[in-house]
Design a protein around this ligand. Sequence first.
Ligand SMILES: [Zn+2]
Length: 236
Amino acid sequence: MKYIKLFLIIAVVSVFLTATYFVLRSTFRPARYAHVGEWIRHPEDHQEWASTALASCDDAPFVFPTNGFIGFLWGDSFRIGHGHQGLDIFSGTESGVTPVYAAYDGYLTRLPDWKASIIIRIPSDPLDPGEQIWTYYTHMADKSGNSYIVDQFPPGSFEIYIEAGTLLGYQGNYSGTPGNPTGIHLHFSIIKDDGQGSFLNELEIENTIDPSPYFNLDLNGKMNRDIIPICQSEIN
Ligand SMILES: [Zn+2]
């Protein structure tokens, strides 16, 4: 009897804590997160949320790499201890349709086993001349891993010089798990150099750079929880 009571108390407390966790989590989730689902379902109703490929906001160093809504920002957190390392730009179109372009001049590499990703070395950071940085583009394949990267850049491509605006491929939904694809988007990030001429591990936010000043947009998720980042001068 004693044990049944104890068990019941533990069960009630667990249910209460779980419910509190979910209530708090939805209360403190940025309002922007809810816009991602709404955009994917009804992009035609919210075209004012979209940024335009190849535009540069107020003479920003980088051109915008694709069309779509920048739903998830640098520094957004999807779970405890997690920080999003880049931008997720959702096209609102089918997979394999929306072009992805290079944001800045540099040297393109695609490792032999990369189905959906390319990386571009920028020898001199336009905002910190002399420092080498890298730009990373991913999710350019369908859910089964059929690549949407253009034929000029096959697996094993190494240090091919390309200019800003070069077509790289198309937005896709490849996640690595065919049964669980992502929403159709481009993930774009700026990665620090390791000091030996290679790039650091992109999966750690500490190894990446806040892209805001490169695009002249408010792209820091910690500071811009609820706004929709778009170029103000493009609207006016
Ligand atoms: Zn992402």
